[in-house]
Design a protein around this ligand. Sequence first.
Ligand code: SF4
Length: 429
Amino acid sequence: MKRRIKDIRLAYADGSGAVWDFPGIEPAFRTGNRFVRVDPDELIELPYGSVLFSLPKRHPVFYNPRNNDFNHIEVSPDGDEIAAVSAFPASAYLRTYLPAFIRRDDAPVLPLWAYTGVIVMDGGFRIPALRIDDDVRSDPALHENDAELEKGIATLTDAYPENGLVKQLEKCSTVYRCLCARNFFRGRFEAPIPTTPACNAACAGCLSFQKSDASFAASQDRLDFNPSVREISAVILHHLTTADNAVASFGQGCEGEPLLRARDLAAAISLVRETTDSGTINLNTNGSLPEGIKALIRAGLDSVRISLNSPTREYYDRYYRPLGYRFDDVLHSIDAALSAGIFVSINLFFLPGFTDMETEVEELVRFLQRFPVSMIQTRNLNIDPDFYFDRIGFRESEPIGVLNLVKLLKKEFPAMRLGYYNPPVKEKK
Ligand code: SF4
């Protein structure tokens, strides 16, 4: 049934952070630096495990049919000051619009989350998003059995009492509630293999390191030690020989750049492959060191995921702030991996109104024609959109819409997968 505009309501937060609907006001969304009207057909129910945020010193924007324009509202029907609200979707959902708000001059920069529009409809919350990957590995409902997790942690910490990496993953699975680390202890799906404290980039939205004078904190602490080759290979070997369709991935949110330890990681892969050919060994990386990638592939790496905020050099440089490498090195790494015939993914950070604007879409199509990768992992960029646009020197062009971009990629590159997770590329136990 086609939903009507009058069925949707603006959501706002009161001073306590409680979220309400504002009767008789038509909500709006944002894309780039523009406000747009909400299309009820582009909405989905707020996925289980998603979170709502009240956005400090930001007032919600609504569509005003009287002046056919967008205005903001600062007070509730009772006259109390209100704030805009954002959703943070559960994993595997790609958002298509940002929340619409007006910032006050004294508004703080927002912390690292993927801010998504949210409205109220039929007494429930709806968001502009689509499920882009059916894989259930990070579905919140699968990660609520802490008793099973504790059992898994006890078993593996007993089995590997001296392994510092197992201890790190215990912290990741409990303190940071990292779903990959929880899957390691549950013996399923993808296990994280963080190995490298250092990094050769300074991404504006780095999840594991932000300078002390930064506008917001990192989401988790950066790994503070270098696991040994033996510790690394033991964890990989355990996971690949116990989990079905197992994936073990270097390059996690709690570490720097794994290619800086390419020689050690190659040695660890070789040790594992001496014992088993099972499962997929994957590398998540910024792709800065092509020779490092080649060494890992020679050792037996099965797949690589290279992260990009943009296929456009200047936007890349302003976001990643490379230290000692260039955008061309990243392109050489993609080339090397494609030439070696392994599974190559681009981890493309999506931000509505930027990733789907005409100039970026044209650049992305050219990029994919030159680099026919196996998959794009369409990842929501976790960052304050205004901070990001300011940092990259955003030059806006006409947005085509994230949904249309997904359709275009499927049409123009039918052999390329779209998803959210590193797939097992070797499907046998
Ligand atoms: S490449 Fe990764 S670890 Fe390095 S700064 Fe960027 S996000 Fe952080």
